[in-house]
Design a protein around this ligand. Sequence first.
Ligand SMILES: [Zn+2]
Length: 170
Amino acid sequence: MKKKFISVWKDPVWSKVISAAILGLVVYIWSLVEGISFEEKIVQIYNIKISIIYVVILTFLILIVVSLYNFFTKPKTTLSRTAKLRKFNKFKYININILVRWRVGMGVGSVPYIDNVDLFCSLHNPPIKLMYGVCPVDNCTNNQLELSLKSVENDIESRVREEWDKINDL
Ligand SMILES: [Zn+2]
C-alpha cells in the first residue's frame, strides 16, 4: 500500500493530479470557512499570488494536528488496561525478605484474580523459591519461617485489586 502510494506519488502525471486534488480540497474548505464561493476564492488566491508551497505546508500542518489529536484523545481500551495490570506481578515484603511472584487473570465482569503464586527468599541472588513454606538453604534466617500462603495470597490479591482500581481511576 505504502509502496504503491510512493510509486504513484513519484509518477509525474499522478503526482500533479494528487497535488491538484489536495489543493482543490484545501481551497474548497477555505472558501466554505470564509463563506464565499470556490471560484471567488480561486480568484482571490490568484490575486494575492499565494505560493503553492504554503498551501501544501498548511495541508500537512492540518494533517499533523489531526493525527496528534487522535493519538492523545484515543481512549484506553480494556485490553491495554488489562495488559498494564498483568505487569504488576511481583511484590517484595522487605521486612521478611520474601519476594512473591504471581500471574494475573481477568475474571467475569473484569474482576481480576491471581494464580500461580510463588514465594522466594530474597536473601539470595537470584532469589530461591521456598520449599514447603521455608527457604531450602540450611543456614538462612528464612529456613525457620512460619508463613501462611493463604494470607500472602489474600494480601497480594488485595493489592492487585487496589492496582486495578488505580488503573481505572476509581
Ligand atoms: Zn533464604
